[in-house]
Write a protein that binds this ligand. Structure first.
Ligand SMILES: NC(=O)c1ccc[n+]([C@@H]2O[C@H](COP(=O)([O-])OP(=O)(O)OC[C@H]3O[C@@H](n4cnc5c(N)ncnc54)[C@H](O)[C@@H]3O)[C@@H](O)[C@H]2O)c1
Length: 442
């Protein structure tokens, strides 16, 4: 099939590469000319395991192309994916200006029947707005071209995006007619060879499914963090509690790890966008508001422990930070807990030496650009030299089994603040660390 993917970010580039991998002819469009030029040269703008190889191979085979020319891309496709960002607006709602700008271009340039696919995470009712926007342009052109708008929310996880897209748990499609549903089923059939995981439904339910999924996952995290905060105060150990409850199959072990809050481009904005939608429709979403409030505070839990230990004046202190990305296996720092933690420490005078396997450039060039108290190293142990303590923020695999003897030699004092509860407290104390984690002690 001939596909255009408009918006070549985490979702657009992964989707485009995976559709090309299955033999489709894909053209990825972006308004960022620099990004497109780099992609043509084989320079991939993001880190995602397996993505570079897949993009390069398919680009060489000419099944995956890149352009800024949306007109040419639309005119030559039968399916157009909208995969642009839907950032949080000032009132918490999803800002649809990029989505509707793409819809306008589609209406301006489409030549024959097309399926327009909303892959961006968009509030219930957006497909109607996309349809109207396209129709206004067709009417202005005085042409009568049939088209369908479908919803196809994306459930990939950054860090495992290729695996998730190639082997999806489910493909959710919202469509209002059999023709469009059939085209989408055919497009995704190669990804579901062993078992059909296609879930067809009406458009609004599909739009809502994405928000409900992210809200559920965010709720699990905030719930567990709230349990951790109670454990700290009553003298219980959240790690034991986690084992105790996860063994109940109705609860399960996934997504119940306590930590220093969730970040990323999805959970924070999607929880708030869903809450805003609910309020717009006259319903006060008490759980969603609480999930967001707990997470906001949770990002400060580990820095609060550091401040309690060293006092408010941190001007003579230097801390090693392991992990900047919002989660492992990505360079994405959107809404990362590291930003809050580093801000809280450096605003009290501390200096930070940070190490992250992939996110250094994002931090240096964008998220922590204006923070003169942060410096960076390219090897994890270099961050520890003469540091007053280590703070682990992102649970990269390479931090799971570090050389503790080496760490003790490099640190001024063997003091470990662990924002992701990676180690056993007894073991850490036995090998000589003062070890603070979440949900065990204040
Ligand atoms: N990142 C994820 O893990 C993830 C997962 C599922 C769903 N989503 C959703 O997918 C959507 C995209 O997210 P992302 O993380 O890929 O965003 P992103 O910011 O990485 O990429 C968006 C891209 O769209 C481009 N763009 C903006 N306006 C454009 C236009 N008019 N024409 C062409 N390109 C344009 C931008 O330049 C950018 O490259 C969002 O709605 C997000 O919520 C993201």
């Amino acid at each position: 099939m001939k596909i255009s993917v408009i918006g070549t970010g985490y979702v657009g580039l992964v989707s485009g590469a995976c559709f090309a991998q299955m033999g489709n002819s894909v053209i990825c469009v972006d308004i960022d000319a620099n990004k497109i030029e780099n992609l043509k040269k084989g320079i991939i703008p993001i880190y995602e395991p397996g993505l570079e190889e897949m993009v390069t191979q398919n680009h060489q085979k000419k099944t995956l192309n890149f352009t800024t020319d949306v007109k040419q891309a639309i005119a030559s496709s039968t399916i157009a994916f909208i995969a642009v960002g839907t950032p949080m607006g000032e009132d918490g709602s999803a800002d649809l200006k990029y989505v509707l700008a793409v819809a306008k271009s589609i209406g301006e340039y489409m030549q024959a029947y097309m399926v327009i696919v909303d892959k961006s995470t968009v509030p219930v009712g957006t497909a109607d707005r996309v349809r109207e926007t396209i129709q206004v342009q067709l009417d202005a052109r005085g042409v009568d071209i049939e088209f369908d708008v479908v919803s196809n929310p994306e459930f990939l996880k950054e860090g495992a995006a290729i695996q998730d897209f190639m082997h999806p748990d489910r493909v959710v499609i919202g469509a209002d007619n059999e023709k469009a549903m059939g085209i989408m089923h055919d497009l995704y059939a190669p990804f579901m060879k062993t078992r059909d995981r296609f879930i067809g439904m009406d458009i609004k339910s599909a739009e809502m499914t994405k928000y409900a999924a992210n809200a559920m996952l965010a709720t699990k995290i905030s719930f567990m963090n709230e349990m951790a905060n109670i454990c700290e105060r009553v003298g219980a150990d959240i790690n034991r509690v986690r084992n105790g409850i996860g063994s109940d199959s109705r609860i399960g072990y996934s997504f119940i790890y306590p930590g220093c809050g969730y970040g990323g481009s999805c959970f924070p904005k999607d929880v708030q966008a869903l809450a805003k939608t609910a309020k717009d429709y006259g319903y006060v979403p008490r759980i969603l508001d609480a999930v967001e409030a707990v997470n906001y505070d949770q990002k400060s839990v580990i820095s609060t422990k550091v401040i309690r230990y060293f006092g408010e004046d941190l001007s003579a202190k230097k801390f090693a930070v392991w992990g900047l990305a919002f989660k492992p296996e990505t360079d994405d720092m959107r809404e990362a807990s590291s930003i809050t933690i580093i801000d809280e420490l450096t605003s009290r005078g501390a200096s930070i030496v940070a190490y992250d396997p992939k996110a250094r450039r994002e931090a240096e060039e964008y998220y922590l650009k204006d923070n003169a108290n942060v410096s960076y190293v390219d090897a994890k142990y270099d961050a520890l030299k003469d540091a007053d303590a280590i703070i682990l923020v992102t649970e990269w695999q390479e931090f799971r089994s570090p050389d503790f003897d080496e760490m003790k030699k490099l640190l001024k004092e063997p003091l470990f603040f662990d924002g992701r509860n990676q180690f056993d407290k007894n073991r850490m104390e036995k090998i000589g660390f003062k070890y603070f984690q979440i949900g065990v002690e204040i």
